[in-house]
Write a protein that binds this ligand. Structure first.
Ligand SMILES: [Fe+2]
Ligand SMILES: [Fe+2]
Length: 281
């Protein structure tokens, strides 16, 4: 079965109606979970804007790509919806997924408009190369998203949150696989695409969601989600996975980012290994 046929066969909104909401309310959420979940819901709710930006480009008018984007957008919407429901059940006052997406977007207007402009220019000037970057970028971000959900799955004491995130993470892994395979196809035997993607990721890598929050907000949220050295471990894992793509050997953009943000964090949140490296230097 082709990649896309496989997606069509399994794509669905994440099921949450059967979850034990009484139990979920009884166990409740920790402060860190409330903060992380609100951040996840914000980021998930922005997918529709990425979808709109890319869908208006001529290069995205490939039927297979549009099919994937439609399902991807649909699934991500329900991730935001599901997280919003869980927060509400636990007594955390939140906006609906749609209100949230509009408000977050309004706050990010300038940066988003600039990125949109750059993206349109790039897509016009070198459409095929742009699609390879879109896939590469998608893979790297979906990989982080999966890691973020798995971190909560490992650490939470709330079995309902754990189950819901397992279901979401399963879809995130599928998104990653699609982007990753598409990126491989477009990078293979194409040194120019490889060089271009490598250049952009080295220069601009930042975790998903950074564009919709202020830089210091999103840096702190991510550092709290992956405390201490965990952020370095996660970033190293992601770049090693991406380094398996053609032309990406030795990629270190993600761990470089994790080191770069250390001075922006309060002392007690910094990664010990980055501190000792600094002291030794
Ligand atoms: Fe998602
Ligand atoms: Fe995703």
């Amino acid at each position: 079965m082709s990649d896309i046929a496989q997606h069509i066969a399994v794509s669905q909104r994440v099921e949450i109606d059967d979850l034990d909401w009484d139990l979920c309310r009884r166990v409740g959420l920790t402060e860190r979970e409330v903060e992380s979940l609100a951040f996840f819901a914000d980021v998930e709710s922005q997918t529709v804007y990425y979808f709109l930006e890319v869908a208006k480009l001529q290069v995205a008018r490939d039927p297979e790509l549009l099919t994937f984007l439609t399902m991807w957008n649909y699934e991500e919407y329900f991730h935001s919806h599901a997280i919003t429901r869980l927060l509400t059940e636990c007594g955390v006052p939140v906006q609906s997924a749609t209100e949230r997406s509009t408000q977050v977007r309004a706050g990010a207007r300038f940066k988003a408009a600039f990125e949109d402009f750059m993206q349109t220019m790039m897509a016009k000037l070198m459409p095929k190369r742009f699609v390879s970057l879109w896939m590469f970028w998608g893979a790297i971000q979906e990989c982080l998203t999966t890691q973020a959900y798995e971190e909560i799955i490992r650490s939470t004491k709330n079995p309902v949150l754990e189950e819901m995130f397992k279901r979401i993470a399963k879809q995130e892994r599928r998104h990653f696989a699609y982007y990753f395979n598409q990126a491989r196809e477009r990078l293979e035997n194409n040194p120019r695409n490889q060089k271009f993607c490598r250049f952009i990721v080295n220069k601009f890598y930042a975790p998903v969601g950074s564009g919709v929050k202020s830089e210091s907000d999103s840096v702190q949220l991510i550092a709290r989600l992956f405390p201490g050295d965990k952020i370095i471990e996660v970033m190293t894992y992601i770049e090693k996975r991406m380094a398996q793509l053609p032309g990406m050997e030795g990629l270190d953009a993600c761990s470089k980012w994790a080191h770069k943000i250390q001075p922006m964090l309060p002392e007690e949140m910094r990664a010990p290994s980055a501190q000792s490296e600094r002291a030794a230097a």
